[in-house]
Design a protein around this ligand. Structure first.
Ligand SMILES: Nc1ncnc2c1ncn2[C@@H]1O[C@H](COP(=O)(O)OP(=O)(O)O)[C@@H](O)[C@H]1O
Ligand SMILES: [Mg+2]
Length: 269
């Protein structure tokens, strides 16, 4: 049966086109299938190739070999089917908070202005900015701007959300709050998400499934079906549970050896 997203024997080598540059083997034959409504996390050490694989799903990079098929069509470039959130997302400073989120809906001709407002407000509430819709974006904190960017990407209604360390620049409280909101949102609205992080606890808290990447060139070291180990609904208390703690420790053990390996690679290059 065809899957919602098929990542089929992907490899990526950088530097083969520009004269003189040494080729870097980044992705070493990765395959995976993702179903609609799943939250999948790519977890691995810095520089291993997580963003590169996600960018290929988003159509921002082309695989060297292999193919990526989303809803039956091979990914050829970026489009509105795929919504992307990066670590530092530029919001539009000349627009107010609500208008920033509405901006994500500008292409929708099937709904009227009132419906666009309703959708924008819904996602603003989800990211905890319900009371800030009339603020200018350049007057709110960086953490709040990132929430605006997340709300805008969700409001645009892509088929798949690609989130590349979106909480990476936030403080611990903001991070935890947004992890909770995101998990809740995905569950309620059955969003299909690929979430990239190097933070093990974030991965365990958010994921239905985690793919643990090896050091570069990236292979899948292990696939962990978190959905079989933790309840679908997750709250703050879960982080203190024994199951969570054991999972975290097991995965930390896996990633620790990989992080060491990538450091050794950096040194020997
Ligand atoms: N456009 C590019 N050209 C050359 N090398 C790149 C390019 N993009 C990424 N890389 C290299 O590919 C490797 C993986 O990068 P990346 O996917 O960003 O890792 P991660 O997201 O896991 O930290 C790194 O060594 C990086 O320097
Ligand atoms: Mg990255």
């Amino acid at each position: 049966m065809a899957h919602f997203l098929e990542i089929d024997r992907i490899t990526k080598v950088f530097g083969t086109t520009s004269a003189g540059a040494a080729a870097i083997n980044v992705i070493d034959g990765i395959s995976m299938n993702i179903d609609e409504g799943e939250v999948v996390v790519f977890l691995g050490p810095s520089g291993c190739g997580k963003s590169t694989l996600m960018r290929m799903v988003g159509g921002l990079e082309t695989p060297t070999t292999g193919r990526i098929v989303l809803e039956g069509r091979e990914v050829k470039g970026p489009d509105r089917q795929k919504g992307m959130v990066f670590q530092s997302y530029s919001s539009f400073p000349w627009l107010k908070v609500l208008d920033n989120v509405r901006f994500g809906l500008r292409f929708r001709t099937d709904i009227d202005a009132a419906e666009k407002d309703r959708i924008a407000r819904h996602y603003l509430r989800m990211v905890g900015l319900g009371d800030f819709e009339d603020y200018w974006v350049n007057r709110i904190s960086g953490g709040m701007r990132q929430r605006v960017a997340i709300a805008r990407t969700f409001a645009a209604g892509p088929d798949i959300l690609l989130m590349d360390e979106p909480f990476g620049a936030l403080d611990a409280q903001n991070r935890e709050f947004l992890q909770l909101q995101l998990r809740d949102l995905c569950l309620k609205e059955r969003k299909t998400v690929i979430f990239v992080t190097h933070d093990v606890e974030e991965a365990v808290f958010l994921a239905d499934r985690i793919f643990v990447f090896s050091a570069r060139p990236a292979k899948i070291l292990e696939e962990i079906a978190i959905r079989d180990l933790l309840p679908a609904e997750r709250d703050i208390k879960l982080r203190e549970s024994e199951t969570f703690f054991n999972l975290r420790n097991r995965i930390l053990g896996l990633t620790r050896t990989q992080a060491l390996r990538s450091e050794q690679m950096e040194v020997s290059q």
